[in-house]
Design a protein around this ligand. Structure first.
Ligand SMILES: [Zn+2]
Length: 291
């Protein structure tokens, strides 16, 4: 008797996640600016906005991600408080709107938008948020005295992810690759995959080092290997449980109802993705591959 109710809940959850951007009360959001090291700042706009990493210096401003479009003026006010330099570059960690929908306004101010080539390919050709500079494996910018290494992990959160590493400051923005304690979205319709999320998080710990300040796509503003390891543990356990259930012929409704994340939920409820939504995403990806 439980199935129809669960089905309705799932439908509702799906609708809520689609309506997410429209339901955000942008007017009430305040941007919090956190200094990470000399010339490096994180702009945070709550759990539904992608964290922006800012590099300021003699060459100008370099940004990682652009939040949702209605955040633009708030972002500009926050930037003006730390630098009056022009915005020269903006790199996107991936195509989701909470990281890219502010691109157009930044491009109008002269920012050169950079992304992995797959990210651009997945955006509508008429989009005004399109990157103008794309790369395949990695690209390095020499800017503000930094070596900004941008690389593409294997398909993880999407198949067009970028990870940005400031080698001198030892600061890395990992976008939505597992890092902060929350349930991450998985771009199951954009080439993202559970196994890729796990592999990319492991790869981050090879490119970075235990002292690296890791900026997650959401929450934070700074995490380290400890949080990544905690997320990897959760991912591996939930992956095992959901895969076992799929092999036993369970439906997505049954798996969601069995609460396979329950023992991991307590510290992870502050994000935008609910446990049920996360389980649905894990199931969707693993079931596709198990077929
Ligand atoms: Zn995302």
């Amino acid at each position: 008797m439980r199935t129809p109710i669960t089905k309705q809940l799932l439908l509702l959850a799906a609708m809520l996640s689609i309506a997410c951007a429209q339901n955000i009360d942008f007017a009430s959001i305040k941007i919090q600016t956190v200094k990470i090291s000399d010339g490096l700042y994180v702009l945070m706009g709550g759990p539904a906005q992608g964290n922006i990493l800012v590099s300021t210096g003699p060459d100008g401003i370099f940004l990682v991600d652009s939040m949702y479009a209605p955040m633009h003026q708030k972002i500009m006010d926050a930037l003006n408080a730390i630098s009056r330099q022009p915005i020269r570059y903006l790199v996107n960690t991936h195509l989701h709107g909470d990281h890219t929908a502010g691109n157009e306004a930044m491009a109008k101010l002269g920012a050169v938008i950079i992304s992995h080539e797959n990210m651009r390919k997945r955006m509508p050709p008429a989009s005004r948020d399109l990157p103008v500079l794309t790369y395949t494996d990695s690209i390095t910018l020499h800017f503000n005295g930094e070596e900004i290494y941008i690389y593409h992990p294997e398909p993880a959160h999407t198949d067009g992810d970028s990870i940005i590493y400031f080698r001198h400051a030892n600061v890395m923005h990992v976008g939505d690759v597992p890092s902060s304690l929350r349930y991450p979205n998985i771009g199951v319709n954009e080439g993202g995959a559970v196994d890729g999320m796990i592999a990319a998080a492991r790869q981050v710990m090879k490119v970075a080092n235990p002292e690296t300040k890791i900026i997650p796509g959401h929450l934070g503003p700074v995490v380290g290997f400890k949080e990544i390891e905690q997320q990897l543990e959760m991912f591996q356990a939930v992956r095992e449980r959901v895969l076992t259930a799929i092999r036993a012929g369970k439906t997505v409704e049954q798996v969601v109802a069995s609460k396979p994340t329950a023992d991991f939920d307590a510290p992870r409820l502050g994000g935008a993705i609910t446990p049920d939504r996360f389980v649905t995403l894990v199931y969707t990806d693993l079931a596709k591959r198990a077929r």
